[in-house]
Design a binder for this molecule. Structure first.
Ligand code: KG4
Ligand code: ZN
Length: 350
């Protein structure tokens, strides 16, 4: 029997993502980004993102259906990011998903963006292990999670106490005069730089927790650059980028490996936009190999926000024959990582 065809819709930030997935098979992944519209502001402007989602939604859906070679009627279930993310942006996706589900007469699932960043790895590396640590690093989140079942059992182990890793990349890029979003240009500039040129602080490195802190690092980079500029000296952009990046990925990988050891877990999954980073991927591979940890990171295109990840999580939920969400569910900008499926708009007591 062929697995159900699941439509995934993602609009939590500035990417309008539509994915079509059958089991672990990716049939289509159509992403329309409004990033160029935000670039001159140095960050995502929520209202601009919401309007861009509205305009991109139907064309992105049509492209995905065409790419997958299916008709809308063949879709068996609709999954959408219900949170966390920008409230107005989420609302567009949630409303569209409800409309598609109603029009097609198919079940509707409001799901968690963070769990989707983990579930997407199934499209590339097959079924998730029974137990894994997940390092989730994006523009809005930096967390370590213990994952027993990505559809139902995700436990936080640690998180950033201030900036997210991606946020630090974006802010440091601005200081260095690099474009937004900062991750890709810093990744690129760092390739020509010396990661040991400047010893930037590694927040919470030795504190024994699984939490992160990147605000101090970001400030240290800004102060260092300002001091050079005040002295009338040129800023060695590649060296600053490489040294900053080394500080970020050193802490991320150290704590991810520690989380595996603390919990007796042999599998690490890394997801979220920052997981596209070439140095993070290389250092994680090196440190995991040294500790006998199996490492899974989706290809870069599946790390940044997309609809396929939502469809991948939806497919896993449908496979478990979980009851669908009610059509009254809200978009929840602060949805906790432990709530993988938003069931109904009624207050939930647990
Ligand atoms: O997961 P994502 O697409 O959106 C959120 O859920 O936030 O992550 C976006 C973040 C941005 O901060 C961006 O700068 C960062 O991911 N990013 C990277 C790279 N590509 C994207 N950070 C470091 N290196 C990259 N290659
Ligand atoms: Zn994301």
């Amino acid at each position: 029997m062929t697995a159900p065809l699941v439509l995934g819709i993602e609009t939590s930030c500035d990417e309008t993502g539509i994915g079509l997935v059958r089991g672990h098979e990716l049939l289509a992944d159509s992403v329309a980004s409004s990033v160029a519209e935000h670039a001159r502001f140095g960050g995502v402007v929520p209202e601009v993102a919401s309007r861009a989602h509205l305009e991109a939604m139907i064309p992105a859906f049509e492209r995905a259906v065409e790419k997958a070679g299916v008709t809308p009627r063949q879709i068996d279930a609709v999954a959408v990011t219900a949170g966390p993310g920008l409230q107005g942006a989420l609302l567009v996706g949630v409303a569209a998903a409800k409309a598609y589900a109603l029009a097609l007469g198919k079940p509707f699932y409001g799901v968690n963006h963070l769990a989707a960043h983990i579930a997407v790895d199934q499209l590339e590396h097959g079924a998730l292990p029974d137990e894994a640590v997940a390092l989730l690093v994006s523009g809005g989140h930096s967390s370590l999670l213990l994952v027993h079942d990505v559809t139902a059992n995700v436990t936080p182990l640690g998180a950033t106490i201030d900036d997210a890793a991606g946020e630090a990349y974006d802010k440091v890029a601005r200081v260095l005069g690099l474009p937004f979003p900062g991750g890709p240009p810093i990744d690129k500039a760092a390739r020509d730089g010396d990661p040991e040129a400047i010893r930037f602080p590694r927040g919470k490195y030795h504190d024994g927790t699984l939490d992160f802190s990147f605000a101090g690092l970001k400030t240290a980079v800004a102060r260092w650059v300002e001091a050079r500029q005040a002295a009338g000296e040129p800023v060695p952009v590649s060296d600053v980028a490489a040294s900053f990046q080394e500080a970020v990925v050193d802490v991320l990988t150290r704590k991810a490996v520690a989380a595996c050891a603390d919990n007796g877990v042999d599998d690490l999954i890394i997801g979220g936009g920052v997981a596209a980073n070439s140095r993070l991927r290389a250092l994680a591979a090196q440190r995991c190999e040294a500790k006998g940890i199996r490492l899974r990171i989706p290809r870069p295109g599946l790390c940044t926000d997309n609809g396929a990840m939502v469809a991948a999580l939806g497919a896993e939920i449908v496979k478990r024959q979980v009851e669908p969400s009610w059509l009254d569910i809200p978009a929840d900008s602060a949805l906790p990582v432990t709530e993988v499926i938003v069931r109904s708009g009624e207050p939930v007591t647990t």
